[in-house]
Write a protein that binds this ligand. Structure first.
Ligand SMILES: *Cc1c(COP(=O)(O)O)cnc(C)c1O
Length: 370
């Protein structure tokens, strides 16, 4: 049996999504270009983007798309305020610095959401800040940032917002109608449940149209990618054909399931089943429930001498479930994803596998129901 990936990207995909890749497409082929155009339109529609927004897909993992968005939209003389509460915020700081952009990090620690009031104060104090970067769900811990309030603060200050919505897109609410943004970046292989290989940027047409010549890179030039695609209907450079076909199939299933509300409901149920099941094993979530996004759960490792994540990982994997290591620097944790083409049944089976692994390792297992 194929393993269940409890790793948020790549994640477990459906058979229908994987089957959509059993065909080769030519990059010049009209049918493939029509497929790309449809996928782009559907992604814009997911954020109620209307005619004001366009979708620029980009080959590569999600970080490539974040880097392309920042490098293309923040001009050479611009200044980017990055709201940091985990590894992905730090990554945005780093990629902007490497591209020679002026970056101001605003740090909230690793255990608190971004505070919109502090964002407003930072913008008021520094009129040279042109853009703000934020991560919607900080996947390194699972913290949910209050995006709508942050977007309102940025808009009130007349600045432009770039959102790394990678691990939230398609599951957590996000509409251009009530959350003003210049660009939202996401990828095929997270809550849309496609396969890895492409990211995309949903961006205001007027901002993109004015961004020519900004990008410090050829292959990560979003403006150039957009221009070429608008003119030819084709991808600039080799397209990830199978990934696009899989994403189109994944979007069909997304619609059939009931779109964003249904996906969020399933992930919430997965997350609740996971947290409850782990608690019954004596394992506790790192984040309080109020700031926990139903995407990925950071779990305190057992505070016992016999604990070894690699051993635990191998034992759980042998039962068909793939876990994720922790990403916190100070505290021993591991992570379990709630997303992918899985439901409560798979989560409960994964919890049972973790319980068995703990017993095999001779670690004490609490039984709350005894
Ligand atoms: C997954 C993810 C990314 C992109 O990671 P890649 O490994 O480059 O695909 C960026 N930001 C967040 C918040 C993510 O969860």
């Amino acid at each position: 049996m194929d393993p269940i990936l409890l790793t948020p990207g790549p994640l477990t995909t459906s058979l229908a999504t994987r089957s959509a890749m059993l065909r080769d497409w030519g990059s010049w082929d009209g049918e493939f270009n029509a497929l790309t155009a449809r996928v782009r339109q559907r992604l814009v529609a997911l954020v109620d983007g209307g005619d004001d927004y366009t979708c620029v897909p980009l080959q590569g993992s999600g970080t490539f798309a974040v880097e392309a968005a920042v490098g293309t939209l923040v001009p050479r003389g611009g200044r980017l305020l990055v709201l940091v509460n985990g590894a992905y915020g730090r990554r945005m700081v780093r990629l902007a610095q490497i591209m020679g952009r002026e970056v101001v990090p605003l740090d909230f620690g690793e255990t608190s959401p971004v505070e919109p009031g502090r964002v407003a104060a930072a913008l008021a104090a520094d009129p040279a800040i042109s853009h703000v970067g934020v991560v919607y769900c900080e996947t390194s811990t699972g913290i949910l940032n209050p995006l709508a309030e942050i977007a309102a603060a940025v808009a009130a200050a007349g600045r432009r917002l770039i959102v790394d919505a990678m691990s939230a897109f398609g599951a957590l609410p996000l509409s251009a109608v009530d959350t003003p943004f210049e660009a939202v970046v996401a990828s095929a292989n997270k809550c849309l449940e496609g396969v890895p290989g492409m990211g995309f940027v949903l961006v205001r047409r007027d901002a993109l149209a004015g961004s020519g010549g900004n990008a410090p890179s050829l292959s990560l030039d979003l403006h150039d990618q957009w221009n070429y695609m608008e003119q030819t209907g084709q991808w600039r450079y080799t397209p990830p054909t199978h990934v696009v076909a899989a994403l189109a199939a994944a979007l069909d299933q997304y619609d059939a399931e009931g779109g964003q509300p249904a996906r969020l409901a399933r992930y919430r149920d997965n997350c609740a089943a996971l947290i409850d099941g782990l608690a019954a094993l004596g394992l506790h979530a790192f984040l309080p429930a109020e700031i926990q996004a139903p995407i990925i759960v950071t779990v305190h490792s057992p505070d016992q001498p016999g604990w070894d994540f690699r051993d635990f990982y191998q034992r759980v994997k042998a039962q068909g479930f793939v876990l994720y290591p922790g990403k916190l620097t100070e505290i021993e944790t591991f992570r379990v994803g709630c997303i992918g083409a899985i439901g409560r049944g798979q989560i409960e089976a994964a919890v049972a596998a973790m319980g068995l692994a703990l017993r095999e390792m001779g670690l004490q297992v609490e039984r709350l129901d005894d």
